[in-house]
Ligand binder design. Sequence first.
Ligand code: DX5
Ligand code: ZN
Length: 214
Amino acid sequence: MLSAPSILASDFSRLGEQIQMITQAGADWIHLDVMDGLFVPNITFGAPVIKAVKPYSDLPFDVHLMIQNPKRYIEDFCKAGADIISFHVEAEEDVTGTIEKIVACGAKPALAVKPNTSVETVFPYLDKLYMVLVMTVEPGFGGQKYMADMMPKVGQLKQKAPHLLVQVDGGIGVDTIASSAKAGVDICVAGTSVFRASCPKQMIADLKKAAKDV
Ligand code: DX5
Ligand code: ZN
């Protein structure tokens, strides 16, 4: 399983170095959580910060937009260096237009679903998507408890579109990753477990091993 550490749990006072460190520690993608204080009750950072840290890693930048009406900002995030852009189906009226904008800007489009949103809401767009992000916590904060009961969504997606990538985000650690791996998840986002580990490199290796051993 690919590993996409979320820098939300990193030390923001030295974000560039943290991204460099996680790149050398075996991460596959860098997950960047953008929050606007409207779609979720928390504010993080925007395109200028992503642009500033982009030179610190050659890995794909996986930008998770937790913002209302994301279509307005797609160009900004692409220019800042986003390679994959996930936006929430709950946050945008013009889902098709937003997907098209992401593709036109040269990035890969993904749709995200909150825990209380049925996965059927993304079905109309599956053939246009690179990935679906199934939230395994309520978006907004790191360090929450993994919701194993989201795994039927992964199963439904894999049945409907076997080649589509499925990502999970929230509460992933060595004790929870097996449940995602069993369901067929391709990429896991892990913030707290990786950045708060005494050795992030070992933690990434342990997560990959735990996912492989199922
Ligand atoms: C939550 C974010 C996650 C978060 C995961 O809204 O989308 O990416 O950083 O953090 P952990 O791994 O701590 O649950
Ligand atoms: Zn995220």
